[in-house]
Write a protein that binds this ligand. Structure first.
Ligand code: AMP
Ligand code: GLY
Length: 422
């Protein structure tokens, strides 16, 4: 198979690494990719949001499968675009059409969807600039802390959790006043759910689903889960509090009703659904849906899947995921992300990374790197993800941290407490 993978982060490096192990691979291109993806295929300078440019490449190279890593092209309709090209009707696209991607692209849509289908989530209401006063009144009916979410895509930054009512009212005004641009034209205000957060992933072929290993990530920049939210500073899998009883509830109350709801609403969903969940004393609630895999969760989920990934993706294209036997490793996986000091705010890039060839205890996935004159340079806030494996999460983590010790670059920062206490 000829495969084109869109994206440039650690998630895409992990996909490229796993796809390169497939017996069915002929050629792999990554657009635009990074220095890590270049080890497993050819990086091509295409913009994932320029669908005409991607279609030209797909035709020229006889691409059989298009895998969309990030959410933005999905929310903007890349799968719809390709479905409308009659000469490309054999192309398998991994990722939903825009109507399915709304699960992530519009929190207003996803909350109403959950309500329609009886899927457990936090109580909420949506507000616009015209209903600011009603929003303040709704806030006063809730207990602290308050959860305010820009409805549209805001690059993972659109959720604010103020501690006091005064701060929450000011935040609501700022969001409806354009703080997050168009994404904040509608703001969802919801009840705060106290519990343990985890991520569950399925791949859907429109009728059936394949359950991937669950994971837990660490979103805050600082140790002890303090400071600003980031894309994710580390993750591990399996997650001890996602035991069998909990996962059965997740399947019966969340996964199956979500897929049945999509079908009932005429939404054909072929791609990943990432369920951001809260475990409240053993009961699962949905915090959010994403229409893609998580990053850095992918860096611990894929290493635990023993199936040939292109066989899994082909079954998505054929609608035969029910025939596929999932093989999940009993090993634990953990990943620790090294970032550039200053992330998630401003940071410098362009520093040389040394020692990558000395890492033997972990698989290094590149998140934000670039190749220049044969050297690997930092090119992002999140730079590298070190995935270790082991018989336990603790052993996997010790392999990740041992890997980090071999590598250095200017302004490196990472959390030393990933997975601690779990
Ligand atoms: P989201 O982008 O919706 O995942 O929200 C970002 C983060 O905010 C989540 O990972 C949670 O840690 C937190 N969060 C979002 N909604 C809630 C909620 N209703 N209760 C508690 N925490 C929440
Ligand atoms: N790590 C969280 C996400 O990918 O949204």
């Amino acid at each position: 198979m000829n495969v084109l993978l869109l994206g440039s982060g650690g998630r895409e490096h992990a996909f490229a690494w796993k796809i390169a192990q497939s017996n069915h691979l002929n050629a792999l291109w990554i657009a635009p990719g990074n220095a890590g993806t270049a080890q497993h295929g050819e990086n091509v300078a295409l913009n994932p949001l320029n669908f005409d440019e991607i279609a030209r490449f797909v035709r020229e190279k006889n691409v059989d499968m298009l895998i969309v890593g990030p959410e933005e092209p999905l929310v903007k309709g890349i799968a719809d675009y390709f479905a409308l090209q009659p000469d490309l009707n054999n192309l398998i696209v991994i990722g939903p059409k825009a109507n399915g991607a709304q699960l992530e692209g519009s929190k207003d849509f996803s909350k109403a969807f959950m309500l329609r289908h009886g899927i457990p989530t936090a109580r909420y209401q949506s507000f616009s600039p015209q209903t600011l006063e009603a929003g303040k009144a709704f806030l006063s009916t809730l207990n602290a802390p308050y959860v305010l979410k820009a409805s549209g895509l805001a690059a993972g930054k659109g959720v604010v959790i103020p501690e006091t009512l005064v701060e929450a009212e000011a935040e609501l005004e700022a969001m409806l006043g354009g703080k997050f641009g168009e994404a904040g034209n509608v703001v969802v205000i919801e009840e705060f759910l106290p519990g343990l957060e985890c991520s569950v992933f399925v791949l859907s072929d429109g009728k059936h689903y394949f359950l991937l290993p669950e994971a837990k990530d660490h979103k805050r920049i600082g140790e002890g889960d303090t400071g600003l939210n980031t894309g994710g500073m580390g993750a591990f899998s399996p997650v001890s509090f996602c035991d069998e009883a909990f996962m059965e509830k997740v399947k019966s109350r969340i996964i199956r009703p979500t897929l049945a709801g999509l079908i009932a609403e005429g939404i054909e969903y072929k791609g990943f659904i990432f369920f951001g969940l809260m475990n409240i004393q053993g009961e699962p609630y949905v915090i959010e849906y994403n229409c893609r895999m998580g990053d850095p969760e992918t860096e611990v989920v894929l290493p635990r899947i023993e199936n040939d990934l292109l066989e899994v993706f082909r079954a998505v294209g054929d609608g035969t995921l029910d025939k596929l036997e999932g093989r999940i490793s009993r090993k634990a996986a953990a990943t620790v992300v090294t970032v550039s000091e200053g992330y998630p705010e401003s940071y410098q890039k362009g520093f040389a990374i040394a020692g990558l060839e000395n890492v033997s205890t972990a698989q290094v996935f590149h998140a934000g790197t670039t190749l220049k004159e044969g050297k690997v340079l930092t090119a992002g806030g999140r730079v590298l993800a070190f995935t270790g494996m082991g018989d336990s999460v603790a052993e996997a983590l010790s392999n990740s941290y041992e890997g980090i010790r071999q590598v250095c670059y200017d302004n490196i920062y990472f959390r030393r407490d990933i997975g601690k206490g779990f």
